[in-house]
Design a binder for this molecule. Sequence first.
Ligand code: HEM
Ligand SMILES: *[C@@H]1O[C@H](CO)[C@@H](O)[C@H](O)[C@H]1NC(C)=O
Length: 325
Amino acid sequence: MALMFKLKFLNAKALCAVGFLFALSFSATSAQLSSTFYATTCPTLENTVRTGMRQAIRAEVRMAASILRLFFHDCFVNGCDASILLVDSATFTGEQNALPNKNSARGYGVIDNIKTDVEKACPGVVSCADILAIAAREAVVQSGGPTWTVPLGRRDARTASKSAAESDLPSPFADLATLTAKFSNKGLSATDMTALSGGHTLGFAQCSAFRTRIYNATANIDPTFATTRQANCPASGGDTNLAPLDGTQSRFDNRYFTDLINKRGLLISDQELFNGGSQDALVRRYSASPLTFFRDFATAMINMGNISPLTGTNGEIRKNCAVVN
Ligand code: HEM
Ligand SMILES: *[C@@H]1O[C@H](CO)[C@@H](O)[C@H](O)[C@H]1NC(C)=O
């Protein structure tokens, strides 16, 4: 049984089809990109990315989380243009050592390896930005989440911006108003923001990112949860010690939202979505209905993927994702 939702603006139509797997599929219309962009120039693209992600996740389950985050950190900084993949050199300062990314963003090598495989089949055709967009979708699907059709046709930047990475990416210490503004600045709604924050259903954060919350006696936090997290995140030291962002960190599900209702958000920014404010009702809906979360997450990923793409003759098709041509 396969359920397929086709989302066109606000009208959703549900279709049922017979299949062997239970799968959820979503698609939406995009402003400038096209789901068939490589249909004739690189028909094997999606399979190559799928296989590359399967190998990477088999080697390390957390890689699904890391690749999903990489896409977010690419798109929020001057659009989804693979700028985050450019490495620093003596003459080039990129985004990888910007504060939100340094010693934190990971998975660059996975995208580089997939690019190498894609280049073998379709040399000089597919952008690193599009590979990252498909890889992020695969990260979600292969972790048990929804699938969607990825609009394609992005090109790769010849530049990157450390300062934009530091100003435009949200901080884990941000309040709801600040978070909402950061997403609004990228053309994303509060619903997109809350759905996308559900990406924290996967992966881990370092002690330095959640310490102030678990040691704050007046914070809106479950005391048992705080004590548990303190065991591996001392009041000082252990900055890089990891804790899962939700109770099922390898599984793409709606547990993140249930955790928020139970005051078990790990980051301040997580719990801000359920702290007596405008997003409380939506968090309750996602906690009650995984299907609603999956649908809104897929839509929001397409929306995020549409942030300022380079198209036409802008930018380039990088040969190696780590360096400009
Ligand atoms: C709402 C604003 C957001 C803030 C403030 C935020 C902040 C953070 C922080 C601080 C970490 C831990 C990094 C570390 O300790 O090294 C993290 C991890 C993560 N974030 Fe977010 N994030 C936000 C939104 C998102 C979005 C929109 C996505 C994707 C849709 C996302 C996906 C992830 C994933 C999957 C991880 C785990 C990565 C891993 O384990 O390697 N985040 N985020
Ligand atoms: C502790 O939590 C309270 C309530 O949310 C907040 O007002 C305060 O700023 C927090 N303190 C720190 C040090 O984060």
